[in-house]
Write a protein of this length. Structure first.
Length: 242
């Protein structure tokens, strides 16, 4: 939703900036960026042997049509603002005008959902059912020759290994060594029962959360649907051709 909001707002800003004599050309973008191999649509991390064998512990980068054009658009704006007198002031004025036509959609719902996901994840990791599988996971990893272990599979790899493999550095890819460890880790997490215990504990927590907050979640869903419809109309009416 946040990307769609940014795209719709940029499309409303464009004619205002052009009228003021500035370059501001928004490239075509898809309405929905979709997800990646490494995350569920709700934002939860996914990790199994198929994902580990492709990416190791690295997070798959989200890819969408015309992604590089959108990145270049952002870079061009920064360059224009730095080099062109009055650009920033014009952009602020045009953004304010755009937000009168399409009020800024709040991120409160996104934060509410993200917080719920985080709580369910923390509760699942510390659940007795998950904890009961850790001995088997460690034994399986030791049998595979992997001795540098964290407290649980979700914290793998160790900080030293993460730094060595540049797991958090954009543009890097997994080494053969990293893939081997990650694949063994994912396999041991599954065979020890950790994966299913974690999933079941999260499911139970989220089910209780849905039941306890049904009215609020219903209201949030309706607001999100209305906001998305508004943003999609703006895109359809103003987007450039592909």
């Amino acid at each position: 939703m946040s990307f769609l909001r940014d795209y719709a707002e940029a499309l409303l800003i464009e004619p205002c900036m052009v009228e003021k004599g500035f370059v501001y050309q928004v490239p075509w973008q898809p309405i929905d960026r979709g997800s990646t191999d490494g995350y569920a649509p709700g934002g939860q991390r996914l990790f199994n042997t198929d994902i580990a064998s492709k990416y190791g512990y690295h997070r798959p980068e989200r890819v969408w049509e015309n992604k590089e054009a959108w990145r270049q658009f952002g870079s061009d704006l920064d360059a224009a603002a730095a080099a062109t007198a009055g650009y920033d002031d014009a952009l602020v004025a045009c953004r304010e005008a755009a937000r009168k036509e399409a009020p800024l959609v709040s991120d409160d719902a996104m934060y509410y959902a993200a917080d719920a996901i985080s709580q369910s994840y923390s509760a699942a990791i510390s659940s007795p059912e998950s904890a009961a599988t850790l001995g088997d996971w460690r034994e399986c990893m030791n049998d595979s020759g992997m001795f540098e272990l964290t407290d649980n599979p979700e914290e793998m790899p160790t900080p030293d290994r993460a730094e060595q493999w540049q797991i958090s550095t954009p543009g890097t890819v997994a080494s053969t060594e990293e893939i081997a460890l990650a694949t063994a880790d994912a396999s041991c997490a599954a065979s020890s029962g950790w994966t299913s215990a974690l999933y079941n504990a999260q499911w139970a927590w989220q089910e209780r959360f849905l039941n306890d907050n049904q009215a609020k979640l219903q209201r949030i869903g309706e607001e999100l649907d209305a906001n998305r419809s508004m943003l999609e109309r703006i895109v359809v009416d103003n987007a450039p051709s592909r």
